[in-house]
Design a protein around this ligand. Structure first.
Ligand SMILES: NC(=O)C1=CN([C@@H]2O[C@H](COP(=O)(O)OP(=O)(O)OC[C@H]3O[C@@H](n4cnc5c(N)ncnc54)[C@H](O)[C@@H]3O)[C@@H](O)[C@H]2O)C=CC1
Ligand SMILES: O=C([O-])CC(=O)C(=O)O
Length: 265
C-alpha cells in the first residue's frame, strides 16, 4: 500500500478517487487544490482525505505525488515536491514545452534525488515510439480530433464558430511545441509523443474539431530506419470534462499500481 498526494480534483481527480475507493494498493489520502476548489473538494471528500492548497501544508509526507491539474501546477507543486525528495507522476506534459520547464524539473529531481515519471495519458504505444527513437526515427505526424465542444475555451474558438461547424476543420497545424503552448488542455498528448520521439519542434501536429465525432480520436504515424508504425485510439471522454479522455485517468492509475505490484506493464 502507498500513500498518494494528488494535485487537482477535477474530472481526472474525482475519477481516480472512485477507482481507488476500495483498492488496498493505493490510498489517495491527501489532495492539493486551488483556493477556488477548496469548498467543492471538502464537500465531496470525507474526513479521511486531507485537503490543502500548498504542498508544505500536507499533514504527512506522501510516498508519491501525482498531478492531474494544469501546466501551472508543475511549477507550483511538482517542482517543490521533487526538490524535497518526493517521487512524482505527471499528466500535464505540455508544460514541458515552456522555456526552461524541463530543466527546472530535472534540477529539482536531481536536488531531491527523486524521480519524475511522465505517463502516456490519452495516447498509447509511447513505448514503441521511444524505442523507435533509438532505432532511427525520421518523421512523426500526430492528429488530434475532438468534437467541437471539446475545444471550448481554446484559441480554436477564434478560428471557427464551434456551434455551427458543419464539417471536420483544422484548428491548428504546426509543431508540438506551439500546440502544447497554445492548447494546454488539449495537446498534452502531442507533447508526450514529441518528448518520446523526435522532440517538440520536429513533431508535426494537427488539431481538428469534428462535429461527426462523439469521442476523442488520437492518431499518429511514425517512420524511420526502425520501420513504420501507426496508432489510433477512439477514447471516450470523462463525463465531467469532454476535453479529457477517460484513458488518461487509467494511465495514471496504472502507473500507481505498477509501483507496488511485483511485476506488470
Ligand atoms: N497527458 C494527457 O494525455 C492528458 C493530460 N491532461 C492534463 O490533466 C489536467 C487535468 O485534467 P482534468 O481533470 O480533465 O481537468 P479539470 O479541469 O476537470 O480539473 C483540473 C482541476 O485541477 C485544478 N487545478 C488547476 N491548477 C491547479 C493548481 N495549480 N493547483 C491545484 N489545483 C489546480 C482545477 O481547479 C480543477 O479543479 C489537464 O489540465 C491537462 O493538463 C488532460 C488530459 C489528457
Ligand atoms: O484527453 C485527451 O483526449 C487528450 C488531451 O486532452 C490532451 O492531449 O491534453
Amino acid at each position: 500500500m502507498q500513500h498518494v498526494a494528488m494535485v487537482g480534483y477535477g474530472a481526472i481527480g474525482s475519477h481516480l478517487m472512485r477507482m481507488f475507493a476500495a483498492d488496498a494498493r493505493v490510498r489517495l489520502d491527501q489532495v492539493i487544490v486551488g483556493a477556488t476548489g477548496l469548498k467543492k473538494a471538502q464537500a465531496a471528500l470525507g474526513d479521511g482525505v486531507a485537503i490543502v492548497t500548498r504542498l508544505e501544508d500536507l499533514p504527512r509526507r506522501p510516498d508519491v505525488l501525482i498531478e492531474c491539474a494544469s501546466h501551472r501546477a508543475l511549477t507550483e507543486h511538482v517542482v517543490p515536491a521533487l526538490a524535497s525528495g518526493i517521487d512524482s507522476i505527471i499528466l500535464s506534459i505540455g508544460a514541458l514545452a515552456n522555456d526552461g520547464m524541463a530543466e527546472l524539473l530535472a534540477e529539482a529531481a536531481n536536488a531531491g534525488s527523486s524521480r519524475l515519471k511522465l505517463v502516456s495519458g490519452a495516447i498509447g504505444a509511447i513505448d514503441a515510439l521511444a524505442a523507435a527513437q533509438l532505432g532511427g526515427l525520421d518523421e512523426v505526424v500526430y492528429v488530434g480530433s475532438k468534437p467541437p465542444s471539446s475545444w471550448r475555451g481554446s484559441p480554436g474558438e477564434s478560428v471557427v464558430c464551434l456551434d455551427s461547424l458543419a464539417e471536420a476543420t483544422t484548428l491548428f497545424k504546426g509543431s508540438a511545441r506551439d500546440a502544447a503552448r497554445l492548447y494546454p488542455k488539449n495537446a498534452n498528448v502531442a507533447a508526450a509523443l514529441a518528448l518520446a520521439g523526435l522532440g517538440l519542434d520536429a513533431t508535426q501536429v494537427r488539431l481538428v474539431a469534428d462535429p461527426s465525432l462523439s469521442h476523442n480520436v488520437h492518431s499518429y504515424t511514425a517512420q524511420g530506419r526502425f520501420g513504420r508504425m501507426s496508432f489510433t485510439i477512439e477514447g471516450m471522454a470523462l463525463p465531467d470534462n469532454p476535453k479529457t479522455s477517460a484513458l488518461t485517468a487509467c494511465s495514471l492509475a496504472r502507473a500507481l499500481i505498477n509501483r507496488v505490484e511485483p511485476m506488470g506493464f
